[in-house]
Ligand binder design. Structure first.
Ligand code: TRP
Length: 334
């Protein structure tokens, strides 16, 4: 808690071009719930270097992601939007928490196993301790809630275990964070293969809608979306392509599946696909406009980056100093 407000923390990596899946699954949820909390939205660039990055490209993407948070509707005056690497407390707390995390716990992390298999030539110690840095991100701000996708659930559980372990030795230092999984049915699947998650790393660009796709591209991709030959817009597991399109439509319009089924009762897939494309374009085009405005407005964005990093550092240092004292580091001489 900060004052009478609960604290919400979340972050995203600046790797790959963000997709509609990232937007509807994460960003839009953040925007919807942000008013109820004191929020910290971090661009987790330190996590990104656990796999090799091109430095110029990482810097460009990190800035683009930060602007995208704002373009999506997070007011940077009300939400603390910042780069992880600008607040040294993340790395400092991560080091301490490393000493309270067991090898066996980290070895069980499925994301580590997946990434180690994918990057067999670079299984570095950072990749292994990635979840500890994530725990530090969260615990540094005494976060009450952490909205993440299900793929991060295991990391969140580890965060809670580390926090509880630390608290059981040193007293109430950390708030134990709750995972916030968002609404069901918001996992957006590939338009070309509805059994797979829509992914920034998909080789088939027609499977994903990228946040910067123009309207024609969006409509074209939806027209080509894989469906079935049932020829009716109904929400069920036997029609995974249509189910996914309904999820997308509902998320953009803020309506229920039943409303969508009613609206398209008796209509063909052609009409429905175009309507979904239009709904997505109506959501993304204004976001793109705000993004381009921010790109033009370098000084404004720079000021946000500076001010918000200072604000984040203030809260981070409060926790860090407490932790340093607890574990027995010498007091700072003022
Ligand atoms: N690991 C998260 C992901 O890949 C990103 C992340 C890093 C994060 N630190 C976080 C998410 C803290 C929530 C809270 O999606």
């Amino acid at each position: 808690m900060l004052g009478d407000q609960k604290v919400l923390f979340s972050g995203m990596q600046a790797t790959g071009n963000l997709t509609l899946g990232n937007y509807l699954g994460a960003l839009k949820n953040w925007v919807n719930i942000s008013d109820e909390y004191k929020t910290f939205f971090c661009v987790v660039d330190e996590h990104s270097i656990t796999v090799r990055q091109d430095p110029a490209e990482l810097r460009r993407r990190a800035r683009a992601l930060l602007m995208l948070y704002i373009a999506a509707g997070l007011d940077p005056e009300k939400n603390c939007i910042y780069y992880q690497s600008h607040v040294s407390g993340h790395a400092e707390l991560a080091w301490i928490l490393n000493c309270y995390t067991y090898m066996g716990e980290l070895q069980r992390m499925t994301q580590f196993k997946d990434k180690a298999a994918k990057h067999a030539d670079n299984i570095n110690a950072g990749l292994f301790t990635y979840p500890v840095l994530m725990a530090a991100d969260i615990l540094l701000y005494q976060a009450d809630v952490v909205p993440v996708g299900v793929d991060q659930k295991q990391h969140l559980e580890l965060t809670r275990d580390i926090a509880e372990r630390f608290n059981s030795i040193y007293g109430d230092v950390f708030t134990i964070p709750e995972i916030y999984l968002g609404k069901v049915g918001r996992k957006i699947m590939s338009l070309q293969d509805p059994s797979k998650k829509m992914s920034k790393s998909d080789e088939n660009p027609n499977g994903s809608i990228y946040l910067m796709d123009d309207k024609d591209t969006i409509i074209r991709k939806f027209k080509r979306a894989v469906t079935d030959n049932e020829a009716c817009v109904r929400y069920n597991d036997n029609q995974p392509g249509i189910k996914n399109l309904i999820d997308i439509y509902c998320a953009c319009k803020g309506i229920s599946t039943e409303d969508t089924e009613k609206e398209f009762d008796g209509k063909g897939y052609g009409d429905f696909k175009i309507a979904v494309g239009e709904a997505v374009a109506a959501e993304l085009i204004p976001l793109q406009e705000r993004f381009h405005e921010l790109e033009q407005n370098k000084d404004y964005v720079d000021k946000i980056i500076k001010d918000n990093a200072e604000q984040a550092s203030y809260f981070a240092n409060k926790t860090l100093r407490k932790v340093q004292k607890k574990v027995g580091f010498p007091e700072r001489i003022k």
